[in-house]
Design a protein around this ligand. Structure first.
Ligand SMILES: C=C1C[C@]23C[C@@]1(O)CC[C@H]2[C@@]12CCC[C@@](C)(C(=O)O1)[C@H]2[C@@H]3C(=O)O
Ligand SMILES: O=C(O)CCC(=O)C(=O)O
Ligand SMILES: [Fe+2]
Length: 355
């Protein structure tokens, strides 16, 4: 938080050690995972009927109609559901099934593919952002950066029994196509064209699988604590279980209702930078359920690792100033590791261009 002198103090960090709770056999929420303040937050079970949550954008209608809908969804919510996207529904179900099988392995087995302790990009582990919160989260994650082959060999040394790698690769290829299409459309919706694409003419991504086991006391546990994604955009498949909530402009948590075959699009921090703050990244979290084990699959799309992301020139000209300085994705992830929890606006010292 900024001090009186305007200096940024890094957020407090907690050291939880290597704590891997056996969620399946837990009959109560242990103190390590019990969040004392959840009652103060607006109800996790808030109604989620169409019209009260993020907009739904059908990509199969005319481009003009899509652009208008994208503009208002991104400006008002920073998130929307997308239909008519062309990703086969069967592939979404196969990705979910593959993730379920992975997380169903015994913990000792999954730990063979553990993410390295020093902030490695790939592998199995508890939420990376856990160190910024005093309590642990009711979830596990598996990040796949690059080829899933090594992970599959570690997890299933006798052979990939259900074509995990094929599913992951096919899923990523479809998501890459869709993410690039959406990024272009989102820029068009800001009045830009193909010549203005800057660092996003090419993208890269990591796939992050989330598992939220059923929880004996969902009102005291947190699936994934509030955060924004450090991406250009994230494409999230939440299967048929609700759990994702976004923080609406009036500071209310709003559930994103599951929609068969739809994908959720979150505006990420790097798009906020690129758009010079016109589209803000969305704060979101995941809550858990008493009886359902929820899976979600996040395609986290960013620029190539050495590409600098800075506010696009035409937007800077129109707005009179660049609100952020240029960063690469790895630089931004590193910065966020230090300044987690602060909005891009509040860490001006680190993100503003020198004037
Ligand atoms: C590219 C990345 C974004 C991410 C950190 C990571 O290196 C890989 C995992 C991503 C994820 C997924 C769950 C939520 C999140 C905040 C986290 O802790 O790990 C995001 C990170 C992010 O967007 O900052
Ligand atoms: O599981 C969800 O609904 C949210 C996942 C998420 O926010 C993430 O993976 O970044
Ligand atoms: Fe997220």
């Amino acid at each position: 938080m900024p001090t009186a002198a305007g200096q940024i103090q890094p957020p407090r960090q907690y050291h939880h050690g290597t704590h891997h709770l056996d969620f399946e056999s837990a009959i109560e929420v242990p103190d390590s995972h019990a969040w004392p303040d959840l009652d103060d937050l607006p109800s996790a079970a808030a109604a989620a009927s169409p019209g009260t949550s993020v907009p739904v954008v059908d990509l199969s209608v005319s481009v003009d109609a899509v652009l208008g809908q994208l503009a208002s969804a991104c400006a008002a919510w920073g998130a929307f559901q997308v239909t008519g996207h062309g990703v086969p529904p069967g592939l979404l179900l196969r990705a979910e099934a593959a993730s379920r099988r992975l997380f169903a392995l015994p913990t000792s087995h999954k730990l063979r593919a553990a993410r390295p302790a020093e902030g490695g990009a790939s592998g199995y582990g508890t939420a990376r952002i856990s160190c910024f919160f005093p309590k642990l989260m009711w979830s596990e994650g598996f990040t796949i950066a690059g080829s899933p082959l090594e992970h599959a060999r570690t997890l299933w040394p006798a052979g990939d029994p259900f074509a995990f790698c094929d599913v992951i690769e096919e899923y990523s290829a479809h998501m890459q196509r869709l993410a690039r299409k959406l990024l272009r459309l989102m820029l068009f919706s800001l009045g830009l064209d193909d010549d203005d694409l800057g660092p996003i003419h090419d993208t890269t991504a990591v796939l992050h699988l989330n598992s939220y086991p059923a929880c004996p006391d969902p009102n005291r546990a947190m699936g994934l604590a509030p955060h924004t994604d450090s991406t250009l955009l994230t494409l999230l498949y939440q299967s048929d279980s609700s759990g994702l909530q976004v923080l609406e402009q009036s500071n209310r948590w709003v559930t994103v209702p599951p929609m068969s075959g739809a994908l959720i699009v979150n505006v990420g921090d790097l798009f906020q930078i690129l758009s010079n703050g016109r589209y803000k990244s969305v704060v979101h979290r995941a809550v858990v359920d008493r009886s359902r084990h929820r899976i979600s699959v996040a395609y986290m799309c960013g620029p190539q690792k050495d590409a600098k992301v800075s506010p696009l020139e035409k937007l800077v000209e129109a707005q009179g100033r660049a609100a952020y300085r240029a960063v690469t994705w790895p630089e931004y992830l590193n910065l966020k590791g230090k300044l987690f929890g602060m909005t891009l606006e509040s860490c001006q010292e680190d993100m503003l261009v020198d004037e």
